[in-house]
Design a binder for this molecule. Structure first.
Ligand SMILES: [Zn+2]
Length: 133
């Protein structure tokens, strides 16, 4: 019977018997280098990354979601779900638009001009509030 890499074998190991130590080490090395283990690990990483990318796509950050999902799996999905959206809400209809978009995909409002208007109005409000009188 071939030696299995397990905690039970490790506990029963006589550390003075170097042949037994080497045999267990060989069994554990074979287990870690088994192609089926690596296929599972790679497949799971790709699946978690794909789910993270889908979650990130809803926030306009698919690559960010892919990296977090592939790196941390379900914990990365939570990071992506709890993160801020990169989508720009339309000032007219409040539809979230992907980053870098020039016009609203729902009503066609010019988002670049609207952003400039809103930043100018923020500056104007700030100068009124703080006062330059
Ligand atoms: Zn709109």
């Amino acid at each position: 019977m071939a030696l299995q890499c397990s905690f039970a074998e490790l506990r029963a190991l006589d550390q003075g018997d170097l042949d037994a130590v080497q045999a267990l080490l060989d069994a554990c090395t074979r287990a870690l280098l088994a192609p089926s283990l690596w296929l599972w690990a790679i497949g799971l990483t790709l699946a978690c990354g794909a789910i993270g990318a889908l979650l990130g796509l809803a926030k306009g950050r698919w690559l960010w979601g892919l990296v977090w999902g592939a790196a941390l799996g379900p914990l990365g999905w939570i990071v992506v779900v709890l993160s801020a959206s990169a989508r720009t809400p339309c000032p007219e209809c409040a539809t979230p638009n992907p980053p870098g978009r020039k016009r609203c995909r729902h009503c066609g409002v010019d988002l670049v001009a609207a952003a400039a208007r809103s930043s100018r109005s923020r500056l104007r409000d700030a100068s009124r509030r703080d006062g330059w009188q």
